[in-house]
Ligand binder design. Structure first.
Ligand code: NAD
Ligand code: A1AUG
Length: 541
């Protein structure tokens, strides 16, 4: 125990490197891309710090060149999943009683290792394994992950500092204990930062974790695990079990010490997992904490007073960066008829300039979608729009999966506001626009509010301040992250805590104290300094 009140270093957002031609970071990243493309990595299961090669292997490929094998991942089976739980439970006592400042040091060191030593490595793995271009990899795998680690340590300190008042003669304390049991972290393919955050935020708060990464992001996620080890994370605190989602869930959800789930992924999977946990509720010693950030059908709503240049930039970046595979990506757009001709012209002109291709060519803005299942799903939406009398594909629509899973930025015009692609999450570079008559402004807000079950992100574009105020009030429950004259993507840790409500999740705001506090079970301690020695009240004589 330290006989001091240590001060956690002030957090700051990791500066974003720009990768301009000739820059040192461009040189380092290009060299690392070459190195990773030339070899093949064997990715093990990691339980209690031990690497396990199960022999049940899957190829890890580049989405933009699916014939290129980057490595092989060993899939965990029942034996390894059970061993991971045992390891997490065994590591618990030592980890939760370690001074929290020492736990913090492990994650601050992880952040600095990523920032200084491993940025090129983790960015290159994210580019090759998840098909993100250099800029998208930088803001995710380096900057956002580092930000999560640094800011969460500060939020942990703030939570612990939050103590009750003590009246005269009493010493009150609030202890933020970790949960009793293990936390199950299930992570999505689309952000290396989210994959790193979901196991580390409960671990920071003294919990031990079983982490199932997404098979399509396993290369970058494996490097996160290796960096945590180098930073001094003790064996067993986070156990890494690539594997089959439903098998993993079936085993973990029947364990007495299942204490919490930290999930990010699709709404359907989350609902299914929640039901499984609920079915086993009598098995657990505590009510598990369930935190899930899920799908979105994120909107941009333009008012007639909007600045068209800013609007078009927000639409293109919001809808097509990382191929629209951000939960926050703009996928439905509402534009007034008075503005549409100018917006349409600019969209056509600018989207025609966008280059689509592999991440190794740094001039490509749009790269491949994650896998064949995703490609086929997007392809089906575009095909149906091409055939429907309720919709028209007005821009793009080209797609080809022969070498990589490429879909060009596509804009569908919906003739009815509830056409399927205005309602359902597609998770690809497909934007649907609905043009409303200017006089139907209010009615269109009702449509926006009621069309989709999600409420993750939304953006409004208007120059008229009264309109902005009215939109903020009217659209309160439509988005957990609400943007004014900006794209609905790109939340920065420490600046825009991220998460949505309705069917978009439990809205526990990743990268904030609201999330971290879910991983603590508090104990109130009251100590009476000089206890009374007579039970009777004074008026009893
Ligand atoms: N709200 C947010 O903050 C946020 C952030 C990123 C992604 N997302 C959402 O994530 C989705 C895209 O990610 P994805 O395709 O990786 O999601 P997904 O739901 O397919 O998978 C998420 C994780 O769950 C696992 N899984 C899948 N089926 C399972 C099952 N039956 N039992 C147990 N585990 C199972 C996967 O292997 C993966 O590790 C989109 O819907 C997107 O909107 C949301
Ligand atoms: N936090 C990210 C989205 C994460 C979901 O995929 C953003 O704000 O764009």
């Amino acid at each position: 125990m330290a006989n001091s009140i240590f001060t956690i270093p002030q957090p700051y957002n990791e500066p974003v490197k720009m990768y301009a031609p000739g820059s040192p970071e461009r040189g380092a990243l290009s060299a690392e891309l070459g190195r990773q493309m030339a070899g093949q990595v064997e990715i093990p299961v990691i339980v209690n710090g031990e690497e396990i090669k199960t022999g049940d292997v899957r190829d890890v490929v580049c989405p933009h060149d699916h014939g290129h094998v980057l490595g092989k991942v060993h899939m965990a089976g029942e034996k390894e999943i059970k061993a991971a739980v045992d390891a997490a439970l065994s590591a618990k006592a030592a980890w939760e009683t370690m001074d929290w400042q020492e736990r913090a040091a492990v994650f601050l060191k992880t952040a600095d290792l990523i920032s200084q030593k491993y940025s090129a490595k983790i960015n290159a793995a994210t580019m090759l394994g998840q098909s993100k271009n250099a800029f998208q990899a930088e803001i995710d795998a380096t900057c956002e992950l580092v930000d999560f680690l640094r800011f969460n340590v500060t939020y942990m300190e703030e939570i612990y500092a939050n103590q009750p008042f003590s009246e005269k003669g009493v010493y009150n304390r609030l202890e933020y204990c970790p949960l009793e049991g293990f936390v199950f972290a299930l992570t999505p393919f689309n952000f290396t930062a989210i994959a790193g955050n979901l196991p580390t935020s409960p671990a920071m708060m003294g919990n031990t974790v079983v982490w199932k990464p997404s098979t399509t992001a396993v290369l970058s996620n494996y490097y996160v695990m290796q960096i945590l080890k180098e930073a001094g994370l003790p064996p067993g605190v986070i156990n890494f079990i690539p594997g089959y989602g439903s098998q993993t869930g079936d085993i973990l959800f029947t364990h007495k010490y299942f204490a919490g789930m930290h999930f990010t992924g699709s709404t359907a999977v989350f609902q299914n997992l929640w039901k499984k946990a609920a079915e086993n509720i009598e098995t657990y010693i505590s009510y598990p904490r369930i935190v899930g950030e899920t799908g979105g059908k994120d909107y941009i709503f333009a008012h007639a007073s909007a600045d068209v240049d800013a609007l078009v930039t927000g639409i293109i970046r919001g809808a097509f960066e990382f191929q629209g595979q951000k939960c926050s990506a703009c996928s439905r757009l509402y534009v007034p008829a008075s503005l549409w001709p100018a917006v349409q012209d600019q969209l056509k002109e600018k989207i025609a300039e966008i280059k689509v291709g592999p991440v190794t060519d740094f001039t490509n803005f749009v790269n491949a979608v994650i896998d064949e299942k995703s490609f086929d799903n997007i392809d089906a939406y575009i095909s149906r729009a091409q055939e429907s009398s309720d919709a028209e594909v007005i821009i793009g629509g080209q797609r080809d999966k022969s070498k990589g899973y490429f879909v060009h930025p596509t804009v569908i015009q919906a003739k009815t506001p509830d056409y399927e692609s205005m309602v359902e999450e597609i998770f690809g570079p497909v934007l649907t626009v609905y043009i409303y008559e200017d006089k139907d402004f209010d009615a269109t807000l009702d449509i926006l509010d009621n069309t989709s079950p999600y409420a993750l992100t939304g953006a409004v574009f208007a120059m008229d301040r009264e309109v902005i105020n009215a939109l903020m009030a009217r659209l309160t429950h439509t988005a957990g992250n609400f943007y004014i004259n900006d794209k609905p993507t790109g939340a920065v840790v420490g600046q825009q805590p991220f998460g949505g409500a309705r069917k978009s999740g439990t809205n526990d705001k990743a990268g904030s104290y609201l999330n971290l506090i879910r991983w603590a079970s508090s104990r109130t301690i009251k100590e009476t300094l000089v206890p009374p020695v007579n039970y009777a009240y004074p008026f009893m004589g």
